[in-house]
Design a protein around this ligand. Structure first.
Ligand SMILES: [Zn+2]
Length: 84
């Protein structure tokens, strides 16, 4: 009867699919042909561009340099700082 109501909202933001996101040619985010594209906050970008200070991005998009597809991203600060 109320099946739908239980399923929705009860599930936390845990990753439901263990499958690794891959681009059209099958590269995952760790592949050497995949580049992380950082997104900074307004101030973060200011520091990087004008002051040459490295700043931790708020988001990384993973783009394949072969097919140009952005197939994955992370907003985890730990990952963002570790991958740059
Ligand atoms: Zn690709």
């Amino acid at each position: 009867m109320a099946e739908g109501a239980v399923a929705e909202g009860a599930v936390p933001e845990a990753e439901p699919a263990p499958a690794i996101p891959r681009c059209g040619c099958g590269h995952d985010r760790r592949h050497h042909m995949v580049s992380p594209e950082p997104t900074y906050t307004g101030w973060g970008k200011f520091w990087v561009m004008f002051m040459g200070v490295s700043s931790i991005p708020i988001r990384l998009d993973f783009r394949c340099r072969v097919c140009g597809q952005a197939f994955d991203f992370t907003v985890d600060p730990t990952e963002c700082s570790a991958l740059l």
